[in-house]
Structures are given as structure tokens and as C-alpha cells.
Ligand binder design. Structure first.
Ligand code: BG6
Length: 505
């Protein structure tokens, strides 16, 4: 009997026009165009025949030139190889408009979209992807509205606007952006991207929790001692200092990606798989996290900058010596913090979150540490390590459960052994890239994997309680760690109460 339960076949993707603002930029070329190609490529064929992609950017360029750039980008970044017939079909979908900036030029865009739609007798099904700097988002939405490009949510056709992070730099600016978006768009038309939600392994979190009878029984404060979430990166700030030195690890990674992981791990079972139900269940987690008091912000949070060191055998300068970083910058490249979800299920269970750049390895995971056994029988003389369920997000995708086992031999020696599932070994299917997944969901109009306004604001409310203290403290409290290490030792000290350190991948 086939034991695979296919809950949803890949949905029918309606024909639409995808307009990418910032089409010659990094995001468009590295992620969006390659992802759209992969969706269209042989084997997938997810794009409807009439679907068109209109690139818009400042730079004057002939359509042919834009297609050539797209082809190069696909060759470098797409997970699907270039095959001539697929490429030809995809290239014919690509169009380019230069200088779409002021309201008058938006009228040109409108005329082009209407031309495309009437040529295929399509309703105005439009997706506007704002791959542009965050401070331009509201102007662009206003112009889209001013040019009459945004249809009302009840149709005909649909208008969806895709917004990238960061949504704001603090609580106040995030609220202003949401309010600005809501002036012209219904929440059902706004798709706020958090690319971690498109990762195959992250999508598996809910299946693992709610599709297995063994985990949910023990998924609470009776059985779980604490949870560790790690998103470790090897790269330093690279060429992104202009952005990063104003952001830092807390804004760049915790406010969005790590809080999304946390909410999936801690959420109650949603009443259904409908987008609103899933998102409401995740939101309730953030509603249960209290902002920190200034005292807690100083004792429960560790921040640090990398000093010169070696990452994977390559020398890396210290953060303060990186080009573009202010000489006395108080921007953290590493943060570790302890968070409590104050609800019935999680009361008293700390969630330890950490992320950093220039660390020893690229590895992201969630480790659920179960409680220790009572000190009797095997654990009488020496405490046994606790069971740990590790969900590996990347790069070695999979999950493992460490259990105690007897080592073979005449003696009685007990130690942890791993029950391990590796995606690479288990499944021969290719995992879609995060952006493929997310673009597909935008096209079918499912908001489950996108972040709603209140979620953004709730997470900023918490982050703000730390930012306010750091603002007052300046560099006081900023620690240092050598590039290529696992961060400052103070971050390990946080875990002292649990008889363990951070789980090193
Ligand atoms: C981005 C951050 O959102 O996520 C980057 O701005 C970070 O600083 C990146 O490097 C990490 O994404 P991934 O998918 O490589 O883990």
C-alpha cells in the first residue's frame, strides 16, 4: 500500500503577470529569476502558458539584454539546469521596462500590462514584487495605486504586492510601513516574505509535530527542559556593511527568521491548515512573549562583534576593520538570548536563540532538549545526557533523535546514539529553493508562508525592548569573539543551569 498521504497536489497556478521592481538588482538576479525559471523548467512546468514576467529597473536596457542577464543568472544560481527548449519558453515570457519611477512612467507600465492581458484575454492578475530598498516601498505602493494598478481585493483579477524584509528598523517604523501598506492594500493582498518559511526543512516542522503521535505528547514543559535555536553563518559582513552596520544580528536575523522558527516550534495545533488559522496559532506564540525589562535585556542577552580570525582556513579581518563599518560601531554581529513563551504549555521553559556571522560553520538547527532522568537506575551514579531532538535546517538537512543505548560488550556502558534522517539519503527528489516555494505560493494566493502585519509588530515590540537598552548602553556590554569560533564564551555561560552547552553542529 502506498503510505504517502498527498494532502495537496501542487495547485493549479493561474496565469498572471509578475512585475519585478529592482529587476537588475541582486535579489532579482540571484533568487527571483532563477526561482521562476526552476518553476517553469521541464519537469515542473508550474507557470501557466500565458504568464509573463516584466522586469522594471532604472537602467536603460533592451529586452534582449535583460534576457541575456537573466540567462547568465539562471546558469549560475538556478537549481534547474538550462535546457534550450525550457529556456526559449522562459525567455519569451521576459519583458523589460526601464525608468519606471515617477507616476507618469507608471502609466507606461499600466499600458504594457493591459496590452499583455488583452493579447491573452487574461483578467488583470498582477503580482508586484518590490525587490527595492525598504525606504522606497511605500512610494512604490502609492504610485501603483495612483496609476490605478491595484485592483480591489474582490476583483476582477487579483493584485498582490510582495514585500521583502526588513519591514522597518524598529517598532515605530514597522508600524508606519504596515499602516502605509494598509492605506492602499487589503492585508489579503500583501505578501511579506521571510525566506526561512520557504525552506523545505522548515515546512517540515509542522508535519513532524502534528503528523506523529510520539512528539506532541511530550512537546511541553513537563518533558522539555529547554530549546536551542541556532542560525550560524560563516561569512563575515562582506560587501553589505552599508546595510548591516545599521542593522546588526538582532534586527537582521532574530526579529524575522529566528522568531518565525520559534513560533513554528512553540505554536499550538492550528484548528485547520488554512492560512489564517496557521498564522493565528503562530502569532499567539509571539503574543505570549513579554518584552524584556532593561535588567533582563542586560542579563539575558549577549551581544558581540567578531575580531580578526580564520574562517575555514581563510583570514578574516575584525568587524570594525571591515570596509564600510564605522570605526566605533556598536553593531553586533552575534547575539544570543534567552526568551520565555509565557503560556500554559511553555511556562518555565527557556528558549535560547543565537545567531552570528563569521562563526566556525554554516549551520542552522533547532535542538529540543528533553528533561534529565531521575537519578536512579542507570543515572544513579552519573547523570546520563538528556535526549535531544535536533531539526537540521541547513546545510545538512534532516533530523535526529539522540537516545541512550548500551554499547556492545560484556560491561554495561551507556551512551548516546543518534537515530538520524538525512534528506539527501532518504529522498531522491530535489528540494525546491525557498524562493521557488514562496513565489509559487504568491501565484496561487496562499498566505500561509507569509508574515501578517501583527506578527511583524509583535516581534518588533520584543526586539525594541532590547534595542532601547543597547541604544543607551552604546558599546558598553559589547563582547568579542575571534572569527571562525563559536562566539563569545559568555553565551555558553547562559546555559550553565542546564548541565550542557550549545549543541555544536
Ligand atoms: C538574510 C540576512 O535575511 O538571511 C543575511 O539579511 C543572511 O544577513 C541571510 O546572511 C541568511 O539566509 P540563509 O538562507 O543563507 O540562511
Amino acid at each position: 500500500m502506498d503510505q504517502i498521504v498527498r494532502l495537496a497536489d501542487a495547485k493549479q497556478v493561474p496565469p498572471c503577470t509578475v512585475v519585478i521592481f529592482g529587476a537588475s538588482g541582486d535579489l532579482a538576479m540571484r533568487k527571483l529569476i532563477p526561482a521562476l525559471y526552476s518553476l517553469d523548467a521541464c519537469g515542473e512546468r508550474m507557470l501557466a502558458d500565458e504568464t509573463m514576467i516584466v522586469g522594471c529597473a532604472r537602467r536603460p536596457m533592451a529586452v534582449e539584454q535583460f534576457r541575456q542577464h537573466a540567462r547568465d543568472a539562471i546558469g549560475r544560481f538556478s537549481s534547474a539546469p538550462i535546457q534550450q527548449p525550457c529556456w526559449e519558453r522562459f525567455a519569451a515570457r521576459l519583458d523589460y521596462l526601464a525608468g519606471i519611477e515617477d507616476l507618469e512612467s507608471f502609466a507606461r507600465l499600466k499600458a504594457r500590462l493591459e496590452q499583455i492581458e488583452s493579447a491573452s484575454a487574461l483578467p488583470p492578475n498582477r503580482i508586484f514584487y518590490l525587490a527595492i530598498p525598504p525606504d522606497a516601498i511605500l512610494d512604490w505602493v502609492e504610485r501603483l495605486h495612483g496609476a490605478g494598478l491595484i485592483a480591489p481585493p474582490q476583483g476582477p483579477g487579483f493584485s498582490r504586492v510582495v514585500v521583502e524584509k526588513p519591514i522597518g528598523v524598529d517598532l515605530r517604523s514597522a508600524m508606519a510601513i504596515n499602516a502605509g501598506l494598509h492605506r492602499y492594500l487589503d492585508e489579503s493582498q500583501i505578501f511579506r516574505i521571510d525566506h526561512y518559511l520557504g525552506k523545505e526543512t522548515v515546512r517540515n516542522f509542522m508535519v513532524l509535530r502534528f503528523g506523529n503521535s510520539i512528539f506532541e505528547q511530550v512537546w511541553n514543559n513537563h518533558h522539555i527542559d529547554h530549546v536551542q535555536i541556532t542560525v550560524a553563518e560563516q561569512e563575515g559582513v562582506g560587501t553589505r556593511a552599508g546595510y548591516y552596520d545599521h542593522a546588526g544580528a538582532l534586527r537582521d536575523m532574530v526579529q524575522n527568521h529566528i522568531f518565525q522558527l520559534l513560533s513554528l516550534i512553540a505554536m499550538e495545533p492550528p484548528v485547520s491548515l488554512a492560512a489564517d488559522d496557521v498564522r493565528e496559532a503562530k502569532l499567539n506564540v509571539l503574543r505570549a512573549i513579554k518584552p524584556l525589562t532593561p535588567d533582563e535585556a542586560r542579563t539575558q542577552v549577549v551581544r558581540a562583534q567578531y575580531a580578526a580570525g580564520q574562517v575555514d582556513g581563510h583570514p578574516l579581518p575584525g568587524y570594525l576593520q571591515e570596509p564600510g563599518v564605522a570605526p566605533h560601531s556598536a553593531t553586533e554581529t552575534y547575539v544570543a538570548l534567552k526568551v520565555f513563551v509565557n503560556n500554559w504549555r511553555w511556562s518555565g521553559v527557556p528558549f535560547y536563540l543565537r545567531t552570528g556571522k563569521a562563526l566556525a560553520r554554516r549551520a542552522s538547527s533547532v535542538a529540543i532538549h528533553f528533561k534529565h532522568l531521575p537519578a536512579i537506575l542507570f543515572a544513579e551514579h552519573h547523570p546520563l545526557p538528556a535526549n535531544i531532538l535536533t531539526l537540521r535546517i541547513q546545510p545538512d538537512e534532516g533530523f535526529s533523535l539522540s537516545v541512550m543505548g548500551k554499547r556492545p560488550g560484556l560491561d554495561l556502558a551507556i551512551g548516546p546514539v543518534d537515530m538520524d534522517l538525512q534528506y539527501r539519503r532518504e529522498f531522491d527528489a530535489r528540494s525546491p529553493e525557498a524562493y521557488e516555494m514562496l513565489l509559487y505560493e504568491v501565484m496561487v494566493g496562499d498566505q500561509t508562508l507569509f508574515v501578517q502585519a501583527e506578527m511583524v509588530e509583535r516581534s518588533w515590540r520584543f526586539i525594541q525592548s532590547i534595542l532601547d537598552v543597547w541604544q543607551r548602553d552604546g558599546r558598553t556590554g559589547m563582547l568579542s569573539y575571534p572569527a571562525g569560533s563559536w562566539g563569545p564564551p559568555e553565551a555558553t555561560g547562559m546555559l550553565a543551569a542546564h548541565r550542557c552547552g550549545w549543541l555544536e553542529p
